[in-house]
Design a protein around this ligand. Structure first.
Ligand code: ARG
Length: 460
């Protein structure tokens, strides 16, 4: 069944038929499509355009179509161009000609936009749940490593000691921003397109506000021309998904690195690793590599859609059918990646000894500069002095703490024998007690805040 055959004399080229069809992928919108149609049938009756009996017939018929899809018995037939056509064709088979009244004043243009928004609202809730679970896994690990020291890095060079929990929590906050971004996206997605028609609006007295309420949208779109081609909400979701990917990819990269023999800080559980077909000793962190790799497709989906949108003239153009596959792919990618990464984090084994062993005195050079600064030496000058001491220790192949008091004093008279107290990693970490720092007390505050956010999210 074609929804538009009337003015055509010839039939569609077979390849064109395939090229044009979106049923292969948009069938997964069936639930949203039927939900939208049930609400639309109610709106038509409310506007006096169909009788209540007709409305009920349509709603019962749609319920049957929904059941067929859910049960996997719905049969896609030749000519089912897209999900909207397929549902209407089947509805007609079930309820007869009254099915033809459902599309009164509606276009697939406002219909598809509504369907995708409904789909995305559910998808966002699902992705948000997975993000929350990953955050919970991070917090659980952080809580059990409140006194685990590790070298903190900048430029991948040892920089200053930090708590492992502090490093872990850094990812919690990235994901928290991701969740907030998704909430914002959901808010802008929850605006109803239905009633915009093909492009010009609805002439039949449809109560759009009531329809919006019925479908759980918070408002109606303000301009029909904009409405039928607005895919900002998808682009925004794909951006949010990409940034989630970027964050996950960075976490994965840290963990891949930390799990090498050279670092040996952590071990990925066997449940999330694979072996080599050739080298019997290998255990590779494929879970993390795939998480890192999949970020490429998340970003690709965003760039693809933006490119599709950029040259479009006003209102609906068939190019817009290309919005769905990237959207579905990004949702599916996140829905599998996030729980896998959560599993890796939850089961991660940490080698505290190895991390402590890898801390060198040089990582306390900044603390040494602070020591001088407290004795009145301007920080810039102290920085130069400690730099020279590092050079001196390196030249003699000894640790900074092995320099004699006279070596220190040769650089500045403010040094005293208490300088050796600086060589204490725990003390260094404890000193960073301003909000957001790595001191155990500050990290505990972070964790408490994080718990509150997680609990608030589970109340929604
Ligand atoms: N399958 C189409 C899409 O996904 C539905 C809208 C078709 N509208 C039209 N004017 N041909 O965009």
């Amino acid at each position: 069944m074609k929804l538009w055959g009337g003015r055509f004399e010839k039939s569609t080229d077979e390849l064109m038929e395939q090229f044009n069809a979106s049923i292969g992928f948009d069938r997964r919108l069936y639930n949203a499509d039927i939900t939208g149609s049930v609400a639309y049938a109610k709106a038509l009756a409310y506007a006096g355009l169909i009788t209540e009996a007709e409305r009920d017939t349509l709603i019962d018929g749609l319920a049957q179509v929904r059941e067929e899809f859910a049960a996997g018995t719905f049969e896609i037939k030749a000519g089912d161009e897209d999900i909207h056509t397929a549902v209407e064709r089947r509805l007609h088979e079930i309820v007869g000609d009254v099915a033809g009244k459902l599309h009164t004043g509606r276009s697939r243009n406002d219909q598809v936009a509504t369907d995708v928004r409904l789909f995305l609202l559910d998808a966002i809730a699902e992705v948000n749940g997975h993000l929350r679970n990953l955050q919970a896994a991070i917090v659980a690990q952080a809580e059990s490593h409140l006194d685990t020291l590790m070298p903190g890095y900048t430029h991948l060079q040892q920089a200053q000691p930090v708590l492992l929990s502090h490093w872990l929590m850094s990812y919690f906050w990235m994901l928290q921003r991701d969740r907030e971004r998704l909430d914002g996206c959901a808010e802008r997605t929850a605006v109803l397109p239905l009633g915009a028609g093909a492009l010009a609006g609805n002439a039949l007295g449809l109560d759009r506000a009531r329809l919006a309420e019925e479908l759980g949208f918070r408002d109606v779109t303000p301009n029909s021309i904009d409405t039928v081609s607005d895919r900002d909400f998808i682009a925004e979701f794909l951006f949010s998904a990409s940034l989630i990917g970027v964050h996950i990819s960075r976490l994965a990269e840290d963990l891949v690195l930390f799990s090498t023999d050279e670092f040996g800080f952590v071990q990925v559980d066997e449940a999330y690793a694979t072996g080599s077909s050739l080298m019997p000793q290998k255990m590779n962190p494929d879970s993390l590599e795939l998480a890192r790799g999949k970020t490429g497709r998340l970003i690709g989906n965003l760039v693809g859609l933006l490119t599709t949108l950029k040259g479009l003239p006003s209102t609906y153009n068939k190019d817009l059918q290309e919005d769905k596959e990237p959207l579905f792919d990004s949702v599916d990618t996140l829905v599998i990646t996030l729980p896998v990464v959560a599993g890796v984090v939850r089961t991660l084994r940490v080698n505290k000894t190895r991390m402590a062993h890898d801390l060198s005195d040089a990582i306390l050079a900044t603390d040494l500069a602070d020591y001088l600064m407290r004795r009145g030496v301007p920080f810039r000058q102290a920085h130069g002095i400690i730099g020279r001491l590092v050079r001196k220790a390196n030249a003699s192949c000894i640790a900074l703490s092995q320099l004699a008091v006279k070596d220190f004093q040769a650089e500045h008279a403010a040094f005293d024998s208490d300088v050796y107290e600086v060589f204490d990693f725990v003390r260094s970490v404890e000193a960073k007690d301003a909000v957001g720092g790595t001191a155990p007390a500050a990290v505990k505050t972070q964790i408490a805040e994080a718990q509150a956010l997680l609990n608030a999210a589970s109340d929604d």
